[in-house]
Design a protein around this ligand. Structure first.
Ligand code: FAD
Length: 416
């Protein structure tokens, strides 16, 4: 068969959405070109483990070409898509042009600093491998510097770690960092006075985990407090110059470390399309996930704004991206057959966040769990979801080692 005559589907982004869509279209009579600026799929939910020296990047990333080795109708191309001409139906990448019949836009998101340039320049973020490794290097360097700093105030500033954003990423990172300090760093730096070390979690709202039910918000607060994390609610940050945070009420915090986890906006490419976008840059889609005026284009995941049943946008979660990918793939098949398309409906699989060793919060099948049981569910689910048998095994061994020996194996300061 001359495959060149088959409809050409371009998928931009090999994240949770793009990967799932490509896999769901494996048997469709089409040619797929999957494009990503990275040659690997990244399991972002465990990025914070790289930042706190719990895992190495290769344990949470997997080469796209290996994933699709056996998928005959797919070609992978690595490169940055810089423009899309929606009317003429082509994309621009690596200086060349690729025409498409159908397009699935799955470019994900980026950190939203809400135009606060000083924080973007001086703070850290968790979005990709580069930012997670930079955070890890910095955290470990702070301990090295503090170990040779005689001035008490300077030492305290080096050992004050501020995380901004009381959502799942901020909570998970703060809990894990609190534990790294009390279980591991105290052994590596036996002369360090724990009184000098502070982990602060700043949240502008009046509770942590805003999207979680009340009982789990409370459980999160209690579990995190036990990990020596100072939780500051109703605390807005206005400026950070690299060594001093200014809060909305005029107070200051002296610190060399600010990790910003308080916002996500759509990837840059969505802003170049000239289509309707949400306040945070997501492409506004029809209920069928098609782009208004361009039925051959589907937008999914963190790059898409699809209003759900209660008129609210869907949360920016991997589970949403994956379910949308399945729905977009199914609708694309229907289009090929000339059938009626279906509206997307999100099936909420529940909520889950870990707060360090033996502690997590979960909402599954309408039931709330917290503590050890929730943590076990978290461990099993995350190991199950990591791509690649080898990665699963290595992550499992790593976590078991950390668990039984109260140790973390990746405390390396590497060149960036
Ligand atoms: C630190 C962190 C923790 C998280 N924890 C959880 C969690 O516990 N549970 C959960 O459900 N969700 C979690 N999320 C959210 C989840 O990771 C996202 O919702 C999910 O990744 C969205 O999938 P996506 O396919 O839309 O985008 P992504 O997975 O981000 O994939 C987008 C892909 O597009 C590529 N790309 C972007 N622009 C271009 C371009 N111009 N050209 C070529 N390629 C491009 C990127 O390289 C990337 O590979 C977390 C996110 C972060 C950052």
């Amino acid at each position: 068969m001359n495959t060149q005559k088959l409809p050409h589907v371009v998928i931009v982004g090999a994240g949770f959405g793009g990967l799932e869509a490509a896999q769901k279209l494996a048997k469709a009579p089409i040619r797929i070109t999957l494009i990503d600026r990275q040659n690997y799929h990244l399991f972002q939910p465990l990025l914070y483990q790289v930042a706190i020296a719990g895992l190495v990047p290769s344990q949470i990333a997997y080469p796209v070409r290996t994933i699709f080795r056996k998928q005959k109708n797919l070609t992978f191309q690595m490169g940055e898509v810089t423009a899309i001409d929606l009317d003429s139906r082509y994309i621009k990448m690596n200086g060349s042009v690729i025409a498409y019949d159908y397009l699935i836009l799955a470019v994900g998101g980026q950190t939203n600093f809400f135009k606060m340039k000083s924080i973007e320049q001086n703070g850290f973020q968790l979005k990709d491998i580069h930012s997670a490794v930079a955070t890890r290097n910095h955290l470990l360097e702070m301990f090295e510097k503090a170990s040779r700093e005689a001035d008490v105030l300077k030492r305290r500033a080096l050992l004050t770690f501020v995380i901004v954003g009381g959502g799942p990423t901020g909570v998970e990172t703060a809990g894990a960092l609190g534990e790294l300090i009390s279980h591991v760093m105290t052994k590596d730096y036996p002369h360090m006075d724990l009184q000098d070390v502070r982990v602060l979690l700043l949240e502008a709202g009046n509770h942590l985990m805003g999207s979680y039910p009340q009982e789990l918000r409370k459980a999160t607060f209690n579990l995190l407090s036990r990990k020596n994390v100072e939780i500051c609610l109703n605390t807005k940050l206005t400026d950070y110059d690299g060594s001093r945070i200014t809060l909305g009420d005029g107070r200051h915090i002296e610190t060399q470390t600010l990790l910003w986890t308080a916002g996500v906006r759509a990837a840059e490419l969505t802003g170049k399309l000239g289509v309707r976008q949400s306040a945070t840059g997501q492409v506004i889609t029809e209920a069928t996930l098609q782009m208004p005026g361009h039925p051959e284009v589907f937008a999914i995941g963190d790059a898409a704004h699809t209003v759900h049943g209660n008129n609210q946008p869907l949360p920016l979660l991997a589970t949403v991206a994956q379910q949308q990918a399945k729905a977009a793939a199914s609708n694309l098949r229907k289009m090929l057959k000339g059938e009626q398309l279906e509206a997307f409906h999100y099936k909420d699989p529940g909520l889950l966040a870990t707060i360090g060793r033996d502690a997590a919060v979960a909402r599954i099948w309408g039931l709330s769990f917290s503590g050890f049981i929730a943590w076990l569910i978290w461990v099993v689910l995350h190991i199950y979801r990591i791509i690649g048998f080898r990665n699963r095994l290595v992550v499992m061994i790593n976590w078991a080692w950390d668990y039984f020996f109260y140790d973390s194996q990746v405390r390396l300061i590497t060149e960036e």
